[in-house]
Ligand binder design. Sequence first.
Ligand code: ZN
Length: 159
Amino acid sequence: MTAVTSYEKCSQCGFEAGVNDLDCCTDELEFDCRRCGHSESVAWVTAEDGTRIGWKNEILDGHGAVWATRPGAGVSTSYGLRSAREVEEAAQKMRDSIAKGELDGNSSYVTRWNAEDKSVEVVAGKWLPLAEEDQQRQDDDLEQKSSSEIDNVCEEGNR
Ligand SMILES: [Zn+2]
């Protein structure tokens, strides 16, 4: 199985860095948003003898998301929450785990999706912004703009 991971905009909350995993061999894909918990998957439906008889497109509404990082481990667990009750339970559990030092309070969070005003609030831990490499790309764009302005100034000075 060969998987290609790309970042796609979440159709529920608009977060730019939802993770899209595409399996090149089968064209099956899975999308997960770590901001609101929205999830989509496309998978083959197979008959009992193994032949492919159609596609199954599954969409799971996000009620919130969990991102849990253990101190020093550098490995994070993330998953979507499927009900308001799950959000409450996950938030309570995370507050306990951070207090006990089992989870890193600066890189773990639980969010709650507010469907009415389409917003995401952090109910436990601390939200992680976009990856540093995305920030770097924005900085490069700014540098290119300012260097072309400097060229114009030099031509004036040569006269
Ligand atoms: Zn989302």
